[in-house]
Design a protein around this ligand. Structure first.
Ligand SMILES: [Zn+2]
Length: 234
């Protein structure tokens, strides 16, 4: 066992020890802060109510996968005027609640999934020491897509094949070309599925009448690039 702060996945995480397991994986024992700060009233607390364990996949080291075993405390809020009685350590820059991977791994999953596809992305991640399944890659892409869709109105859509399994199984990836973000992944690559998806997007616009008008007008165009990648202007 050795202590190295460089192993910390982010601020607020104290490294207790690092060990290499028999199956050649690094396991990092870590704990949250020694003091809690109530998220509602901001008062500091040293009164520990309990603790919980989280297991997070982190970036690889020396080509070997890394798992962070993180001990988090539940604290009591001593402020009588505060409605919150207990609260748990929050590490928003390390991982979102209930996530099984650190935020920096999640970002890589999204990037590789976007560029390589499901199975190829799975193989690449395995090779890089961050094993994830193709299902996980797809879920991450859909989460990213949902976030992008919530935040903005889509005006220009890029449509392309997305490889579930190279040369054998393809879906369709829908990309917001203005914001360079994935909007959705469709199960197949049929024209009907893409058209149905576009109709749903148009219906979600503030004015259904506007959407209907757009569908009839030539201003809504979808054409196929010579390289087979169509772009839809909505
Ligand atoms: Zn409080």
């Amino acid at each position: 066992m050795q202590r190295k702060s460089k192993w910390s996945p982010g601020p607020g995480v104290r490294i207790l020890g690092v060990a290499l397991t028999d199956d050649d994986r690094w396991v990092v024992s870590a704990a949250g802060s020694t003091i809690g700060i109530c998220p509602d009233c901001g008062r500091r607390s040293r009164s520990r109510h309990g603790c919980s364990n989280r297991s997070l996949q982190d970036l690889p080291v020396q080509g070997k996968s890394v798992t962070v075993k993180l001990l988090l405390s539940r604290w009591r809020c001593a402020n009588r005027k505060c409605e919150r009685r207990t609260f748990t350590d929050r590490l928003p820059s390390v991982a979102v609640p209930y996530a099984r991977r650190t935020t920096r791994v999640v970002e890589i999953v999204g990037l590789l999934g976007h560029s390589a596809g499901g199975r190829p992305g799975e193989r690449l991640m395995q090779r890089l020491g961050m094993p994830v399944s193709d299902d996980t890659i797809l879920r991450q892409l859909k989460r990213d897509a949902a976030g992008a869709q919530r935040n903005s109105e889509i005006r220009v859509v890029g449509i392309d094949d997305w490889s579930w399994r190279r040369a054998t199984s393809y879906g369709t990836i829908m990309v917001d070309l203005e914001r360079r973000s994935v909007i959705d992944i469709l199960d197949d690559r049929s024209v009907d599925s893409a058209a149905k998806w576009l109709r749903v997007i148009l219906r979600s616009r503030p004015s259904a009448a506007t959407a209907a008008a757009c569908m009839r007008r030539p201003s809504v165009k979808a054409h196929r690039r010579p390289s087979r990648s169509p772009i839809g202007f909505i």
